[in-house]
Design a protein around this ligand. Sequence first.
Ligand SMILES: NC(=O)c1ccc[n+]([C@@H]2O[C@H](COP(=O)([O-])OP(=O)(O)OC[C@H]3O[C@@H](n4cnc5c(N)ncnc54)[C@H](O)[C@@H]3O)[C@@H](O)[C@H]2O)c1
Length: 382
Amino acid sequence: MARIERVTVLGSGIMGHGIAQISAMAGYKVIMRDVDQQFLDRAMERIRWSLSKLVEKGRISSSEMASILDRISVTVDLEEAVRQSDLIIEAIPEDMRLKKETFAKIDAIAPADAVLASNTSTLPITEMASATKREDKFVGIHFFNPPQLMQLVEVIPGAKTSSSTVDLAIGYVRSLKKEPILCRKDVAGFIVNRIFIPLVHEAAWDLQDGKAGMREIDAAFKFKLGFPMGIFELADYTGIDVVHKATKEMYARDKRVVNPCPIIEDLYSKGHYGQKSGKGFYEYKQGSYTRIELSMQEAERYNPIRLLAVAINNASWLISNDVASKDDVERALMLGMGIREGIFKVAERVGYAKLVDTLRALRASSKNEFYDPDRFLLSLVK
Ligand SMILES: NC(=O)c1ccc[n+]([C@@H]2O[C@H](COP(=O)([O-])OP(=O)(O)OC[C@H]3O[C@@H](n4cnc5c(N)ncnc54)[C@H](O)[C@@H]3O)[C@@H](O)[C@H]2O)c1
């Protein structure tokens, strides 16, 4: 397998600066590129702040912090950024045209054997790769936010990605001491978003239909299904703009991946982006991260069976379509969404037959194929 010494990170925003930091911490020489020096200055400030927290906690020494910082350089010049790189990771805005234009330029100037990777959350890897003449050396490496803390990284081959490129991506992720999970096919939403995004909409449908209040749905999601926070709280934390964008991209690729609820469109059009804007499903004190206090009593007033049924159905779809194994889907959800135990264990307790009945009832009332029970799920019904 080719050795990676130099890593280029394109984009120094929320994800880019984190990817640059953890790559430098793993010993790589990193060059980070953005379109304006002020973004790079801000990114370096964030990296210094994050490293100084690690020094305070005794996780690294101040001399280690200095050598990590020494390994990171910044530039606004694209050619300088990529010309000596072994691995180029793109974390620029989620816009297919911009990404394809950027990859086409890089392809012409980067070393012939350099691997190109995208951190996209929702865009097709195969289409992005088609902007280059090295589709075999193109791969999705999907980090979760914040990359410094989240253990999960999905690795997604496009239709023409070679197995040595996949191995290189997996090796790189392991070298960062993160957990790579292979998403074998380039499907809309990959693994975690394919389950997370539809869940937000299902919860929003029950809210819209008056099945329960927001806090009750959130409390049941947290206490009965074992997630670390409510689903609306999680959507606010992720950003309603991010959820909205992911919904649009996923739905455009595959109508059967999500049943979009108008509540999300409404919040988005009002600029209610969640924590970052001070209001989403909940209201927040701007600039500070507040958790929503939820109680067991609230959880008792809502049965989250619709949420579990849809989550398990999408998980099953990934398995039947050979996108990931059952273990990998479970691990991805534990690491990416923080659920305490395997989702199939939760489903088994509730009973697969009940979940299938719930899906069939939703299919009948909505006439939407999205709710058709998947064949893997059906095979679990005794
Ligand atoms: N934010 C998340 O939670 C998250 C999680 C996983 C993946 N992603 C994906 O990561 C990517 C980046 O997202 P983000 O949240 O970090 O965005 P961001 O807006 O915080 O950062 C993007 C950065 O890219 C810069 N940029 C724009 N054009 C560029 C170019 N041609 N070359 C270099 N830099 C350029 C911008 O100036 C900005 O600093 C997107 O594809 C997104 O879908 C985001």
